[in-house]
Design a binder for this molecule. Structure first.
Ligand code: HC1
Ligand code: SF4
Length: 573
């Protein structure tokens, strides 16, 4: 153990503990901007400086470890003077128009500046704005970038796509797309992890909320909204709601109050995806079509983009089933439009997703249904949803639990767990088992693929299951860096699986790039637990037992993988 004092308080910590960690252990929070544990420990911002007795120069606390006998001061006059100057310099190169920034109120730079009572900026530099394609789902505003390097490190180390790089030198150093490419030419997966790890508002999703308001205001349009499984785990964080109060029913209420005509839960079409995907898997497996490469899940568009750009050979083994977002859109504009007697041309299909890549997915030509344009017309993130609730002056505490509309209202616990890593696999195996055995497995039979295990092993879970004489080799992975490792192993022949689930964001959609941000916290795992709790307490736990899904097949698709199902629910490349 190492003994020292921090602000005159004696502390005893393990060797190699940083000063910042030691201070946090006694509830002293040292301000910081660039630090991200395990990803960005380079002391680029110098906001976390502290004074070490006997040393003239201040030292950074994020990357200096405690030493025996140190006397550290985290808030001395010298520290405050230096920290203020640093923050003033950062502000001098930052577009400070906070009132028109989507990050306002949740910006780490704003907080540090406010905490230091900085009311004027002594130095101001003319800010040069780099051009950007505003139609791309990921938006970068160079005038807000503070060069903390987090986006570079996250994309590089966590997602292994290296989309961002430093350009220029000295005072002219900036961050931009690697190789001076345009963002649409880079291999960005649209995972959005650089957005959720940006401490300021330099990175964001394209704001599509005005398209929603335009649709609501148009009397010709019927606005139909779907809410993804993971949204319910996080929207309440923005409003300080307790978990038990931040239900999906209240989102339904909020959207109805905003003027949506029909509101549904994407968990319904997650069940539909499982019907198609599990049948596709059993078909491929029993007909010997799996071969050296497994069948891969295809519902995560960040992963699909990654597969197509990084592992095109593997992309051929993706399931052809559309994602629940796209299936819902397709069913809305066909089956549902017929039911309510609305011309699909006049239907606007909106999705609320924890994801930025869903904006890209809705735009893909692949999903351009012939009946009425795109399956989904507007894809919004959880963050955009919370901004719309605010803009509508809805008091979240006044919201009531409103049930989703019918006839696509039912959903199973299996559909709900889609939002957590391992959830799609678990849901698919429950149904695949029942297709093979003609009886249900125990609902928790495939628990080993749950996200608890993912925390421990590079975000990857491997499992073997026996169904009669069939032995299934399964893998589940989240995070694109982890995915790259797994796919390399498969390509080198070091691992062989039958079925693999991939999610681009660590922890799955719950940790998605469109979710609310709490700087410095990785919340995916805790959010995932909420979905498993909902599953355990669901009346129906198998997608194939969802009554509205059974009715949809009876009335419309006839059976999984039918001609009509292929036409509407699968991709054709
Ligand atoms: Fe997801 Fe999905 S679970 S991709 O992970 O298959 O975004 O929540 O909506 O489409 O259902 C995201 C979440 C979501 C789809 C489903
Ligand atoms: Fe990299 Fe994901 Fe950001 Fe794209 S969205 S630049 S892949 S971190």
């Amino acid at each position: 153990m190492v003994n020292l004092t921090i602000d005159n308080i004696p502390v005893s910590v393990k060797e190699n503990t940083t000063i910042m960690e030691a201070a946090a252990g006694i509830n002293i929070e040292i301000p910081k901007l660039c630090f991200l544990k395990g990803l960005n420990e380079i002391a680029a911002c110098r906001v976390c400086v502290v004074e070490l007795k006997g040393k003239d120069k201040l030292i950074t606390s994020c990357n200096n470890v405690c030493e025996e006998g140190m006397e550290i001061f985290t808030n001395s006059k010298k520290v405050i003077r230096d920290r203020r100057k640093t923050v003033e310099l950062i502000l001098s190169q930052h577009d400070n128009r906070c009132v028109i920034c989507a990050k306002s109120g949740n910006c780490s730079l704003q907080k540090v500046a406010n905490d230091l009572n900085i009311l004027e900026i002594p130095f101001a530099v003319e800010l040069e704005k780099q051009p950007w394609n505003k139609n791309f789902p990921l938006i970068r505003d160079s005038s807000k970038c503070i060069k903390c390097m987090r986006c570079i490190q996250v994309c590089d180390k966590m997602q292994t796509l290296s989309v961002w790089d430093l350009h220029g030198t000295g005072a002219r150093t900036t961050v931009n797309v690697t190789g001076y490419k345009k963002i649409e030419e880079a291999d960005c997966s649209l995972c959005g992890q650089c957005i959720t790890h940006c401490p300021v508002g330099a990175l964001s999703e394209r704001d599509d909320t005005s398209k929603f308001w335009d649709a609501i205001a148009d009397p010709e349009k019927t606005v139909v909204v779907q809410i993804a499984p993971a949204v319910r785990t996080a929207w309440g964080e923005v409003f300080g709601l307790k978990d038990k109060d931040a239900t999906v029913g209240k989102i339904v209420d909020a959207l109805k109050k905003m003027g949506a005509d029909y509101v549904f839960d994407t968990s319904f079409s997650a069940d539909l995806t499982i019907m198609e995907e599990a049948n596709e898997f059993v078909h491929r497996y029993t007909n010997g079509l799996i071969g050296d490469r497994p069948m891969f899940t295809s519902c995560c568009p960040g992963w699909v983009r990654f597969a197509k750009s990084q592992f095109p050979r593997m992309a051929k083994s993706l399931s052809t089933a559309k994602s629940p977002q796209q299936m819902f859109g397709a069913v809305m504009k066909s089956y549902f439009a017929e039911k309510i007697g609305v011309n699909p041309e006049n239907m606007v299909s909106v999705s609320i997703m924890p994801c930025v890549a869903k904006k890209g997915e809705r735009e893909m030509e692949l999903f351009h249904g012939e009946y009425a344009g795109h399956d989904v017309d507007i894809a919004l993130t959880t963050r955009e949803l919370t901004r719309m609730i605010r803009a509508s002056h809805i008091d979240p505490k006044s919201l009531k639990d409103v049930v989703a509309d019918r006839p696509m209202g039912d959903y199973s616990g299996a559909g709900v767990i889609f939002g957590a890593t391992g959830g799609v696999m678990e849901a698919a195996l429950r149904t695949a088992y029942s297709i093979i055995k003609k009886e249900n497995p125990p609902a928790d039979a495939f628990k080993p693929v749950r996200s608890k295990a993912f925390q421990e092993n590079d975000g990857t879970i491997e499992a073997k299951f026996n169904i009669d004489d069939i032995e299934l080799n399964i893998a589940v992975v989240s995070g694109l860096g982890n995915t790259r490792k797994l796919l390399n192993k498969i390509e080198r022949g070091e691992a062989k699986y039958d079925f693999v689930e991939v999610m681009a964001c660590p922890g799955g959609c719950v940790g998605g790039g469109g979710q609310p941000v709490k700087d410095g916290y990785e919340l995916a795992f805790d959010r995932g637990k909420k979905l498993y709790f909902l599953d355990e307490n669901s009346e129906i736990r198998y997608s194939h037992e969802n009554k509205d899904i059974i009715a949809l097949y009876d009335e419309y698709f006839h059976k999984p993988l039918s001609h009509k199902a292929h036409e509407l629910l699968h991709v054709h490349e």
